[in-house]
Design a protein around this ligand. Structure first.
Ligand SMILES: *[C@@H]1O[C@H](CO)[C@@H](O)[C@H](O)[C@H]1NC(C)=O
Ligand SMILES: *[C@@H]1O[C@H](CO)[C@@H](O)[C@H](O)[C@H]1NC(C)=O
Ligand SMILES: *[C@@H]1O[C@H](CO)[C@@H](O)[C@H](O)[C@H]1NC(C)=O
Ligand SMILES: *[C@@H]1O[C@H](CO)[C@@H](O)[C@H](O)[C@H]1NC(C)=O
Ligand SMILES: *[C@@H]1O[C@H](CO)[C@@H](O)[C@H](O)[C@H]1NC(C)=O
Ligand SMILES: *[C@@H]1O[C@H](CO)[C@@H](O)[C@H](O)[C@H]1NC(C)=O
Ligand SMILES: *[C@@H]1O[C@H](CO)[C@@H](O)[C@H](O)[C@H]1NC(C)=O
Length: 298
């Protein structure tokens, strides 16, 4: 694993004075532009979007060694009104029972002390080819974590769930969801997340998952908002049931472009991750982490 690049320090909080100066200079600029005959419509945002909340979903697949998780703790403390769903993944799954190594135990206990953070456990499904016994056994191992003080996950993130319909896939998704609900060591609210990485066949959307990741891929191929809305209208959920993992943003993406991505997304989905990394994207912090968490709050 590459050693993660430490993110830049959080942006300084704007002072009231600087905001006031900013307001005055905006007013002056507007007056000047009106005087010059520049129409207001050319400079104001096209439509004021209702600022619906976004939950930041973080695939935190890096080990917590070397303070690697600090950017997450720092962000959760700094942005206390933003909810973070953090996918923990000690060993391509929960690792050897009864609990992960000492460093993981400590790191997850620390996550569980943050009121706006919810840890969920990663489980691979290989599009429904991973045997049900293996998946059940992973769920059970995550469930056993809860026996230790402050350890435990509040849901499961099922990676690479099927996209195509088949009787097997329907049964498989229903069964693994039921298995989570039936495992008392998976703590409330027992959030079940499917990651097909694309919009799945509508017949796979009745398995009882809380959240489906309907896009995982490059910034450059994120479906346009209108298109996404139309395509989502074919399946059964609503905004809080959907999420996106956006990778490979340009490293020099401007704040207005990142803001547009987030504000477009919040119309249709409730969970979002965005990074400028184009490889190892869940094992390192990208350069845009702080801009991202700063732009998410409504
Ligand atoms: C964060 O989660 C809490 C508990 O589920 C919820 O009450 C609150 O509305 C959420 N906040 C946002 C901004 O989504
Ligand atoms: C898994 O099963 C699907 C059919 O459900 C198949 O298309 C795919 O190639 C299989 N293998 C892997 C590794 O996903
Ligand atoms: C596990 O999968 C096998 C084969 O698909 C099936 O026969 C069996 O009933 C499944 N077991 C459970 C508990 O779902
Ligand atoms: C789902 O569970 C039922 C009941 O245990 C079982 O009969 C069925 O084979 C399972 N389906 C799959 C795909 O594992
Ligand atoms: C749920 O758990 C109970 C007791 O632990 C067990 O008997 C039952 O078979 C489980 N059901 C499912 C669907 O896993
Ligand atoms: C969903 O399943 C039904 C049969 O149960 C089938 O007629 C329909 O075509 C399927 N829908 C899609 C989008 O595959
Ligand atoms: C909705 O689903 C049908 C098949 O069930 C498909 O033909 C159609 O293209 C889908 N519409 C959109 C907008 O994805």
């Amino acid at each position: 694993m590459q050693k993660p690049k430490p993110p830049p320090p959080p942006p300084p909080k704007k002072s009231i004075v600087s905001e006031r100066c900013f307001a005055i200079s905006v007013t002056l600029t507007l007056v000047l532009m009106c005087a010059l005959g520049i129409p207001l419509a050319a400079i104001l945002p096209p439509r004021t979007v209702e600022q619906l909340p976004i939950n930041i979903i973080v695939p935190l697949y890096m080990s917590p060694d070397f303070s690697n998780w600090d950017p997450l703790y720092d962000a959760a403390i700094r942005y206390e009104n933003t909810n973070f769903t953090v996918i923990v993944n000690p060993a391509n799954g929960p690792g050897t029972p009864p609990e992960p190594g000492y460093v993981y135990v400590q790191a997850i206990q620390r996550l569980n002390q943050l009121p706006n953070v919810q840890a969920v456990g990663y489980i691979q499904t290989n599009r429904g080819n991973r045997t049900n016994e293996t998946v059940y056994s992973d769920i059970d191992v995550y469930g056993q974590w809860a026996k230790k003080h402050q350890l435990g996950v509040h849901g499961i993130f099922f990676h690479h769930t099927p996209v195509e319909d088949s009787p097997h896939n329907r049964g498989y998704l229903k069964n693994i969801t039921k298995a989570v609900r039936n495992t008392t060591g998976i703590l409330a609210p027992q959030t079940v997340i499917f990651n097909p990485g694309a919009i799945p066949n509508v017949n796979l959307t009745h398995a009882g998952a809380d959240v489906t990741i309907i896009y995982e891929g490059s910034y450059f191929t994120v479906p346009k908002q209108e298109e996404l809305k139309t395509r989502l209208s074919n399946i059964t959920g609503t905004r809080p049931n959907y999420g996106m993992l956006v990778l490979a943003m340009p490293t020099n993406i401007r704040r207005p472009d990142l803001r547009r991505l987030i504000n477009d997304a919040r119309r249709d989905i409730g969970y979002l991750y965005a990074t400028d990394l184009y490889e190892g994207y869940y094992e390192n912090w990208g350069g845009k982490w702080w801009d991202f968490v700063d732009l998410v709050p409504s």
